[in-house]
Design a protein around this ligand. Structure first.
Ligand code: AHR
Length: 646
């Protein structure tokens, strides 16, 4: 029996102590079976944008999540203008929601606070399932205010209250706005939180008699990603940046389409001053709920912010646009063929917004918003999850117009909602004929499907359209984010890598979910009002995205294992990913010729039912280990190995 000494541990000194502890677990194993990598036969190039992110405002992903506005319905534009606000306990005044004389045509509603006493009159906002604040941190309390007729209360107080109502419901901080006139104007003051709590409330009050009009009442953390005003939630962006995603797909998903065309996503209405962005009900809200629906899109996170986010995290932007069809799961409404101009115009103008010179109309707007340099947009999706001939007809119109003006822009077309079947075959057939650039395949399937389909792309036509696996996730019967689901995705993803000449991009979906307000599970990342954590699937995605080579290497694996091998010509390393989905440990020898230094390994393994949570965010997380080339693959594990060969 032959044992190989572990290769020298390669770690930074600061983590050497911790890593040394791991060495104790690293047992050299008898080399039983061989995984052979042909380092001297580098094949096709790996798509640099292979693993990316899919973002949709579902599960409070934008408002209540990535977009950290803490006040829900700040503009009083929900169907029920006071949704999210609790009515005052005191009778010393009236609340009147008005729609005439508001801030602008996109934001007509505002609230008239008619105070009748001097003892304080106000309303309270409950945030998005509570308001999360941290002790010592600063929050900008702001509002647009006017005193109709020029007289009325001289100040507006914003007080942060503990979440406990009576007991524990004390004041956590306050700020006061003053200096109002008869004209609408925005005022702001900084409030510092005294305590950390996930469920504070914001009380907005006056203490003098008279009328005061308020709108766009906001409490916004100063501590955003890169400290930007109207910036994004720092911990969530950090999780995304850590993944080193190749692209960011936005803004969905079904919300691109809308339940009706009037409720589709229209990017032009999401840029510019936030007070001028028209709120609409979210596709994922229950419009027919007997209680007022409470899930709207404020578009505070709009297209400018999406492009900025893409740039911040080093991801290529991938906007998906409505193609003149409402969500086909909800409606058969579509724009007539001779009514598509507005939709096509939106696509052309978006390219100018992203890439145009500052002397163009839309490029000029981008510059005025703060980004004179282009955003380097290279691709656009036409429609989300459409199907049928109606889609193909509409796609042709978009394609003709966009390719005529911007031939270098790659277009993504739909393959419908299923990974196989008549619609799927029809759409692929049509897209092949049309020589489409990329076809967007979606699969939400059981873990076994992912294991069975790890060779799905081995025989795809190398001369046809490329594949964008634009939405996928392994769904257990309970729809939980288990290690078992993530493991099956990892096995499948080795197939994406081995076929990266065909599969150019892939993204898990959906990306974000609030633990107290979600419509869809599983999801990549979960969060509450203060904390966030990556699921086992997140760590799989991260390991794949952060360990991408640039050339595919031929690899042969023993039965029952899944593997892919890439060469990273820059670092001179072979990157091997191996999944052992079985219940027994497997001893393997990696054969890849000359090794030029220490190998590093990251291992994810657990029980199939294991999950992460707010309390145990790293229950399933990669462990870095030193490794030889004879190694033991734990049962139910993913191993990523980086071996210097040049
Ligand atoms: O990811 C959730 C939904 O699944 C998307 O909105 C839609 O495209 C798909 O049906």
């Amino acid at each position: 029996m032959r044992y190989q000494r572990p290769i020298r541990l390669f770690v930074f000194p600061a983590v050497a102590l911790v890593a040394t502890a791991f060495v104790a677990f690293v047992r050299a194993q008898p080399a039983i079976e061989t995984i052979a990598v042909q380092v001297n036969r580098p094949g096709a190039a790996v798509s640099p944008t292979l693993f990316g992110l899919f973002f949709e405002d579902i599960n409070f992903a934008a408002d209540g999540g990535l977009y950290p506005e803490l006040v829900k319905n700040r503009s009083f534009e929900f169907t029920e203008p006071l949704a999210g606000w609790s009515r005052p306990m005191t009778a010393e005044g009236q609340l009147i929601a008005l729609a005439e004389g508001g801030l602008n045509e996109n934001n007509p509603h505002y609230l008239r606070m008619r105070s009748e006493g001097a003892s304080g009159f106000g309303i309270t906002n409950g945030g998005f399932r509570g308001i999360g604040v941290e002790a010592g941190k600063e929050y900008v309390f702001s509002a647009w205010v006017r005193t109709p007729g020029g007289a009325g209360p001289k100040s507006l107080r914003g007080a942060l209250l503990g979440g406990g109502g009576g007991r524990g419901g004390g004041k956590l901080g306050e700020a006061t706005l003053t200096g109002f006139s008869g004209q609408w104007k925005r005022y702001e003051a900084v409030l510092k939180a005294a305590t950390t709590t996930p469920n504070a409330r914001l009380q907005v009050s006056v203490s003098e008699p008279g009328d005061l009009d308020i709108d766009m009442v906001s409490l916004f953390p100063k501590d955003t990603w890169k400290g930007r005003p109207n910036g994004l939630r720092r911990d969530l962006v950090q999780l995304l940046a850590d993944m080193k995603p190749g692209f960011l797909r936005f803004p969905g998903g079904c919300i691109v389409e809308g339940r009706r065309l009037a409720l589709r996503y229209q990017w032009k209405k999401t840029v510019g001053d936030v007070s001028e962005r028209r709120s609409i009900i979210n596709r994922w809200s229950d419009e027919n709920a007997r209680v007022a629906p409470d899930y709207f899109q404020s578009f505070g996170l709009g297209f400018y912010e999406y492009f900025q986010l893409s740039e911040d995290i080093g991801a290529s932007p991938l906007p998906i646009l409505n193609c003149g069809m409402a969500c086909q799961f909800n409606s058969s409404e579509m724009a007539a063929m001779d009514q598509l101009d507005e939709y096509v115009r939106d696509a052309l103008d978006l390219i100018e917004f992203a890439n145009g010179g500052t002397d163009t109309a839309w490029g000029g707007l981008r510059a005025r918003l703060g980004h004179p340099a282009p955003f380097n947009l290279k691709m656009i999706g036409i429609g989300n999850e459409q199907w049928g001939k109606a889609y193909v007809d509409r796609y042709k119109v978009f394609s003709a117009a966009i390719k005529a003006k911007y031939p270098a822009i790659q277009l993504i077309t739909s393959a419908g909602p299923s990974p196989s079947g008549a619609q799927f075959d029809f759409l692929w057939g049509e897209m092949r004929k049309l020589k489409a650039d990329l076809v967007d395949e979606h699969y939400y399937q059981p873990p076994q499907w992912f294991l069975d389909n790890s060779h799905r792309y081995d025989n795809y036509d190398r001369n046809g359209p490329k594949v964008f696996a634009g939405e996928y996730a392994a769904h257990t019967p309970e729809k939980r984010n288990t290690w078992g689901a993530a493991l099956a995705e990892a096995a499948f993803m080795t197939g994406l890598e081995r076929n990266s000449d065909v599969v150019q991009m892939a993204s898990y979906a959906p990306m974000l979910a609030h633990v107290d307000a979600w419509q869809w599970a599983p999801d990549l990342i979960w969060f509450d009002n203060l904390k966030s954590f990556g699921t086992p699937s997140y760590y799989v995605q991260k390991l794949f995205a952060a360990n991408l080579g640039n050339r595919i290497l031929p690899v042969t694996v023993p039965n029952g294992l899944y593997a892919s091998a890439l060469l990273d010509e820059k670092s001179g390393e072979v990157i091997l990913k191996v999944v052992n989905a079985g219940n027994a440990e497997r001893g393997v020898r990696i054969s890849l010729g000359d090794v030029k230094g220490a190998a590093r390994a990251w291992v994810l393994s657990s029980e199939l039912a294991s999950e992460n949570s707010v309390e145990k965010p790293l229950n399933v997380a990669p462990v870095e280990r030193s490794s030889g080339l004879d190694l033991s693959l734990a049962a139910r594990s993913l191993t990523v190995l980086r071996v210097p060969v040049r």
